[in-house]
Design a protein around this ligand. Sequence first.
Ligand SMILES: [Zn+2]
Length: 77
Amino acid sequence: MKPTKTEEQHIRELELSRRLQMLEAEQQAAAEAEKSRLKELHWMHCPKCGLALTTQQYGPVEIDVYPQLPGAVAGRE
Ligand SMILES: [Zn+2]
């Protein structure tokens, strides 16, 4: 049985709204990624000296260290 024109139209509209939703989700994901990238840019620098920081796991504890200064812990220099 051939779908009527209205059915075809309906399917097209469904397809279109599905694509729009996917596009919206993609844009949201991109915006979130950009947000966390910016956050990281700010966060991963010492507020005191502005040097780049990296997070290291010491057992159950996460600490911020300077990649260029082995042994130095952020905020304690
Ligand atoms: Zn510092």
